[in-house]
Design a protein around this ligand. Structure first.
Ligand code: SAH
Ligand code: SF4
Ligand code: F3S
Length: 492
């Protein structure tokens, strides 16, 4: 028992058993891979924050590649350093400031080095960044990446440049991302940008602008290309995928999220389909029935609750109540099945949250027993509705104590869910070598839990049936029972 209740830091350090979402949640940066196509100049790109940011870095790399750059994983070798930033909590921004101080030492040795700040923090601080951080040459917001060739030309002339224009239309639909974070098995596909929700704690609507959905034809095209390259899993990305809504210019073709999900699932039965993030107010039964209908759409939903108390949810402007959330969980279990993986996000110590209200978050967790969760202490962000309307009045130590209670309870629930998986056979997509041993592979089951097992005769990208015989808090362990033969061809 004792071993299983490992501290959060240990779990964070034990990176191999973390999903991509978990890595993102604990703010580990993604670093560009080595790419040698003969381009003369080298770009080093480091990305923080959510999967949207990681996905954007792949768009940026594609644009820079056409503009004469290959990527490198060594900042010492770089002609240009980009840092793709996140503003979601204060510590995310602090990390970037610390990193810039380290880049400064490099720039002192190499005067020609260009340093660009991209992403949400660039958008939030705009030209102020150039005043605050003298080493920065370029400040580029998330909708301005097409302008990179012009901005780079400015930098090459020795000028500083800023473009933080937010667009109502930009989706980068026609740009083929250069897969930076890829194991060749799973890829992220962005389906929409921005967010119109205005949750009162959240900076995203200000850094990413208005919500817009990408043309489904370009999503399908990108996914077919991935399948042709041998990819076996796509994760459809958006801040609120359930509000995906697209229509053709003449209005004759309309696609909602459930329909998009179906179109992607139909591309190939061998392609696993995941998506993130769902919003409790918007997730429809139509989406749940679509998940149920297609075996290759994973039985896993990330459904952030934020708080278990309806008054706090109202202050957060989440536009649902505790009862509504629990009803959605019930619908997931009724329609998809009792064992559907559900994960969540929680914020502790939001403005005016009382002890009793915090207890309601714990009791909601007890009712649902999430498979996993990403848990945060409230961090006031400049310009948000909460910062303007409410006092950030919960003392830091209370926020942290509540956070620890939430984390401890979640650890019990993760272990509970993992124990439920014992003795059962799980279909796992082989995603890579386990970091602990080159004799083992790791992958995930449909419910998104990491499974580690001896390699046997399978290879990366195979589907295998694994009998789970043991578990820790974050990982299932087992052995292969059979390698599942692949069935299909691609349908357009
Ligand atoms: N679009 C997603 C969330 C994106 S941000 C959704 O609506 O659920 C990821 C998570 O960061 C949020 O779910 C929330 O739990 C957390 N978060 C956002 N703003 C925060 C803040 N100011 N302080 C602490 N956590 C925050
Ligand atoms: Fe932020 Fe809310 Fe939008 Fe999520 S839905 S990105 S929490 S405003
Ligand atoms: Fe961070 Fe921006 Fe994503 S604030 S969480 S990188 S949308």
């Amino acid at each position: 028992m004792q071993k299983e209740f490992i501290k959060m830091e240990d779990r964070i350090n034990h990176k191999e058993s973390m999903t991509a979402e978990e890595k993102a949640a604990c703010d580990l940066p993604r670093i560009s891979l080595e790419q040698n196509t003969g381009n003369k100049r080298k770009l080093y790109i480091e990305s923080y924050g959510c999967q949207m940011n990681f996905s954007d870095s792949e768009i940026v790399t594609s644009i820079m590649h056409k503009n004469g750059f290959d990527t490198t994983n060594s900042m010492e070798l770089a002609d240009v350093i980009f840092i793709n930033t996140c503003s979601i909590r204060e510590n995310a921004e602090q990390k970037v400031r610390n990193r810039l101080a380290q880049f400064n030492a490099l720039k002192k040795r190499k005067r020609s080095l260009t340093i660009g700040v991209l992403g949400c923090m660039a958008e939030r601080l705009k030209a102020k960044f150039l005043e605050e951080e003298k080493i920065v040459d370029l400040v580029i917001g998330p909708d301005a990446y097409r302008d990179l060739p012009n901005l780079m030309a400015e930098a090459d002339e020795g000028n500083k440049a800023v473009n933080v224009f937010l667009s109502k239309e930009e989706t980068y639909a026609d740009i083929s991302p250069v897969r930076l974070n890829s194991n060749g098995v799973s890829a992220f596909v962005s389906i929409m940008r921005g967010c119109d929700n205005m949750c009162s704690f959240c900076v995203v609507p200000f850094t990413r602008g208005r919500e817009r959905s990408r043309d489904p034809h370009s999503i399908i095209k990108e996914t077919i290309e991935l399948v042709e390259q041998g990819y076996k899993e796509v994760t459809l990305l958006g801040q609120n995928v359930d509000s995906y809504k697209w229509q053709s210019e003449d209005g004759s073709e309309k696609v909602n999220f459930a329909q998009l999900l179906e179109k992607v699932a139909l591309i190939s039965p061998d392609l696993r389909v995941r998506f993130s993030t769902s919003h409790p107010k918007d997730i429809t039964d139509e989406v749940l029935y679509t998940i149920k209908k297609y075996e290759n759409i994973c039985n896993y939903i990330h459904l952030p609750v934020q708080s278990g108390n309806s008054r706090v949810l109202d202050l957060m402007n989440r536009t649902y109540t505790r009862e509504w959330y629990l009803d959605r969980v019930k619908a997931i279990r009724n329609i998809i099945g009792e064992d559907c993986g559900i994960s969540s996000d929680m914020i502790t110590g939001f403005c005016t949250e009382t002890e009793e209200e915090h207890q309601e978050t714990l009791s909601l967790m007890e009712e649902v027993k999430f498979h996993f969760a990403y848990m945060f202490a409230y961090s006031e962000r400049p310009g948000t509705l909460a910062q303007k309307k409410y006092a950030d009045d919960i003392p830091e130590e209370t926020k942290m104590r509540r956070l620890n209670e939430v984390i401890n309870l979640q650890q019990e629930h993760s272990l509970y869910r993992n124990k439920e998986a014992l003795g059962k056979v799980h279909k796992v997509l082989v995603e890579g070598e386990s970091k602990k041993s080159n004799l083992e592979y790791k992958g995930r089951n449909s419910e998104n839990t990491v499974v580690v097992f001896p390699k046997g005769d399978c290879k990366m990208g195979d589907y295998v049936n694994v009998l789970v015989t043991d578990c820790s808090l974050a990982t299932l362990f087992g052995e292969i029972i059979e390698i599942i033969p692949s069935s299909t061809k691609i349908s357009n």
